[in-house]
Ligand binder design. Structure first.
Ligand code: AMP
Length: 546
């Protein structure tokens, strides 16, 4: 027997419709690439998103077409979040920090049809425009007055012209809630970047869960400033959460330095923010050295990399800002666990509470997790046993986009679970702690660096016999790449020569921080380099940049 409740698909457009109807007066404030502060309301957002939806139709965008963005956090990017997904197309947020070659590869793989970009990325777009295969229209996200006087991009379109020329009447279509809504590629895996294709249903369910009190705890009384980029897993879902709960949004645009962020926190009365540890370092340094305060900020979500305990102490003890340590992944939309206290944990001594907060937290409803030992069997939740972390749930990736190899779900004995590539313990209260990583990647300032790509460049050098790239701890960036190299016999290659060899072959910030030459790299039985042995060997290696 079926229930007798109304059938309404869970669609992203419903968030916008709700926000306009029930929170139409609520503000969205953006620091723009043009340099000014822009403010308008959810009602304005809804009207302009409808205009953009009409403009997309006039550009020939059809349901399921991928529409790319290369953009900072701002109101126009948010309009695209709703206009593109709401009309049944797929919003593809590209990461502008990647090398142009990777951006081309990803845009081609996704078969993007249109590319919207902030003016900051004009040089990048000019570099990729002649190379991308499927993009038919390029749109600069600005007004006529700020359009580039000249550009090599053919028939460059202007965002505000598109909006001005379109009607603000648009009926958001109804379709199956499992329809694809947005696409985000992650380099946090080996091999080429992989696309995670979210659906309307997965996004809505994630939004409900994210807003819960023991998750991000968002309400209409909040003023939310997502520092985490909208090209990083949808700014951790906050542009959707804000519409669901009616919270004011403040977007920092390209200005992510401590001074600019602090000014916005204070002038807009921000109560909640979110970002990776590296961003907070800059902010805290600015606040501390200028003897400033956070007068309205109550809590901040820190994730993407482990939050250093000293940072938690500074936020909580000196500034009265509670830290919510969270763990997630692009493949998890992204929220998996959030570290909010259970009563027994809150009652602990200060030392005990900090020990809990150093962990990544409890699974939010919707995410199930387990840790698995080398024999493939589940390990106990005793806070000691450490194993591969697996998750499953309605906002966890099933398969990567357009990959013949449907690997995430084909894992012996663990079918139906996604292997995260993280290694963790879980304690008896269900609090998970990341202890290591089994995947072969490096995370620097919240962004991935592909160790294999770096090894491939080194291996292309005529004097290199073998190269391994590993992550080494760094005080600012959390991790930075160290290259371990075996030279061919009788070669004179130097550290500087090898580092210079990287010029132009990768994004500059991917260049290894240091090179060490060794006689041999430890190999396993199958000839694979034993990176965990190397990581152990160079655990104490001090990078020149540290
Ligand atoms: P991404 O897909 O770029 O969001 O990266 C996800 C990965 O970042 C995870 O699999 C972890 O390796 C790492 N990560 C995310 N949050 C945390 C955290 N709070 N502590 C430690 N590592 C984290």
């Amino acid at each position: 027997m079926n229930g007798l409740m109304m059938q309404q698909p869970l669609l992203i457009s419903s968030l916008l419709i709700h926000a306009e109807r029930h929170h139409g007066e609520q503000e969205i404030v953006s620091r723009r690439v043009e340099g000014d502060i822009h403010r308008y309301t959810f009602a304005d957002l809804a009207a302009r998103s409808r205009r953009m939806a009409n403009a997309l139709v006039s550009l020939g965008v059809k349901p399921s077409d991928r529409v790319g963005t290369l953009a900072w956090n701002g109101h126009r990017h948010m309009e695209l979040y709703y206009a593109v997904s709401g009309s049944g197309a797929v919003l593809h947020t590209l990461n502008p920090r990647l090398h142009a070659d990777q951006v081309v590869w990803i845009a081609d793989h996704a078969e993007d049809q249109v590319l919207f970009f902030d003016l900051s990325f004009l040089p990048l777009v000019e570099a990729i425009a002649p190379r991308v295969k499927t993009i038919r229209h390029f749109v600069a996200m600005t007004d006529r007055a700020h359009m580039p006087a000249q550009s090599s991009i053919p028939a460059l379109l202007c965002y505000e012209d598109l909006i001005a020329d379109a009607s603000d009447t648009f009926a958001w279509p109804e379709f199956d809630e499992n329809t694809a809504s947005s696409l985000c590629y992650t380099s946090g895996t080996t091999g080429n970047p992989k696309g995670v294709l979210y659906s309307h249903r997965s996004t809505l369910l994630h939004t409900f869960a994210a807003a819960l009190p023991d998750a991000l705890n968002c309400a209409a009384s909040d003023v939310i400033l997502p520092v985490v980029p909208m090209f990083h897993v949808n700014a951790w879902g906050l542009p959707y959460v804000a519409c669901m709960v009616g919270a004011k949004l403040v977007y920092p645009g390209p200005a992510l330095d401590g001074k600019s962020l602090h000014e916005l926190f204070e002038s807009e009365g921000v109560t909640l923010s979110a970002g990776v540890p590296t961003v907070w370092q800059g902010l805290l340094a600015h606040v501390e050295s200028n003897d400033l305060k956070f007068s309205t900020m109550r809590r901040t979500i820190i994730g993407g990399s482990a939050c250093p305990p000293a940072m938690m102490r500074t936020f909580q003890e000196r500034h009265g800002v509670a830290v919510l340590h969270a763990w997630g992944m692009t493949e998890l939309s992204p929220i998996g666990t959030v570290c909010s206290f259970k009563p027994a944990q809150r009652a602990l001594s200060e030392h005990g509470r900090y020990a809990v907060q150093a962990k990544q937290g409890r699974a939010v409803f919707g995410i199930d997790m387990k840790i698995v030992g080398e024999d493939g069997h589940e390990l106990p939740w005793d806070g000691q046993s450490s194993g591969d972390l697996y998750v499953r749930g309605p906002w966890v990736v099933g398969h990567y986009f357009r990959m013949a190899d449907k690997s995430p779900l084909v894992v012996t004995g663990n079918k139906g679970w996604f292997p995260t590539g993280d290694v963790a313990t879980i304690d008896p209260l269900g609090t998970m702690q990341i202890t290591d990583r089994s995947k072969d990647v490096i995370k620097s300032g919240g962004e991935w660096i592909g160790s294999i790509d770096l090894e491939n460049v080194a291996m292309a050098h005529p004097q290199v016999a073998m190269a391994a790239c590993i992550a080494v701890a760094h005080p600012k960036w959390d991790e930075r790449p160290l290259l371990v190299v075996v030279k061919k016999p009788d070669q004179t290659l130097t550290r500087e020569e090898l580092l210079a060899f990287y010029d132009g072959k990768i994004a500059r910030w991917w260049t290894p921080d240091d090179v060490v030459f060794v006689d041999a790299i430890p190999l396993g039985a199958t000839g694979k380099m034993l990176k965990n042995k190397l990581r152990e060997q160079f655990k104490e290696h001090r990078l020149p940049t540290a």
